[in-house]
Design a protein around this ligand. Structure first.
Ligand SMILES: [Zn+2]
Length: 283
């Protein structure tokens, strides 16, 4: 039996305004269309259309788990084990990583015991699932994916005199300590690191002369598209020098396993992941 399924929209402000409405041929009523979900996640389940009635997919599966098929039930239990999304990334997203299954089960249990509501912004674990993600680009797509090696990080920092103290610091400590220190940097410190680069590269950026594999391009692009004030710089901007900047061509894919820090920067894609909304923010 084949049923009609109606997905749900997430109008996060980093989304574009045209791609998803045009793809789905729907009337534009909102300013941002970031994600379109097909799945049974309890925070935003798709609707199953059954003759004259509409029933949320998660409720339908709860009533009739047999529709999942024996193989899926034996392997993943009585929930739909995946979530499919279409994303239109207009503004860069924050750095994030997703927990392993063990971390998610423990975190979800602990936050439940602490009585943190599922809708509380402080809540990290919204379910007990891991969230490995597989995506295929629907357009030229750019993202940050995992840390570069320490050598490569040092090289990219040494290109700028204002960042060379960071390259020295990296030689004295491990990457985790180094990253934590940057994430706690003061505004004054961030200005010392970043303002000289912004001033030096502004004209080249505006004339489209910076390569997209150059971290400087993404610092300036983020400041412009996210309307970041130069008096309120974000430590996440330093991440462009620490992470791999990856270009995925239309039709190509990339896999983000649990624990790999990543950030989508620009483009459209289709994503398949475990049925989870567990995101740990990292800047
Ligand atoms: Zn992710």
């Amino acid at each position: 039996m084949v049923y009609l399924l109606k997905g749900t929209m997430q109008n996060y402000i980093w989304g574009g305004s045209d791609y998803i409405p045009e793809l789905l041929q729907i009337e534009k009523k909102e300013e941002y269309y970031a994600e379109w979900w097909l799945g049974a996640h309890s925070s935003s389940p798709s609707d199953l259309i059954l003759n004259d009635t509409i029933i949320p997919l998660n409720n339908y599966i709860k009533e009739k788990p047999g529709v999942l098929g024996e193989y899926s039930i034996n392997k993943f239990g009585t929930e739909l084990p995946y979530l499919l999304k279409i994303l239109d990334v207009k503004k860069p997203l924050s750095i994030q990583l997703h927990p392993t299954k063990e971390q998610a089960e423990l975190g979800f249990k602990q936050e439940n015991e602490l009585g943190i509501s599922l809708s509380d912004p402080k809540r990290i674990y919204k379910d007990s699932n891991h969230k490995p993600e597989m995506m295929v680009a629907l357009s030229d797509f750019w993202l940050l994916h995992g840390f570069k090696t320490k050598d490569k990080i040092a090289k990219s920092l040494e290109k700028h005199p204002s960042l060379s103290p960071l390259a020295l610091r990296l030689k004295q400590c491990d990457l985790l300590t180094f990253y934590a220190e940057i994430m706690r940097a003061t505004q004054q410190q961030l200005e010392k690191w970043l303002l000289p680069i912004i001033q030096q590269q502004k004209a080249a950026y505006e004339q489209n002369q910076l390569s997209l594999v150059n971290p400087d391009y993404w610092v300036l692009y983020s400041i412009e598209s996210m309307e970041i004030s130069l008096t309120k710089l974000d430590p996440g901007l330093i991440c462009f020098y620490l992470f791999n900047i990856v270009n995925v061509n239309k039709g190509e894919g990339i896999y983000q396993d649990a624990g790999i820090p990543h950030a989508y920067l620009r483009g459209q894609n289709i994503e398949l992941m475990a049925c989870s909304d567990n995101v740990i923010r990292g800047g």
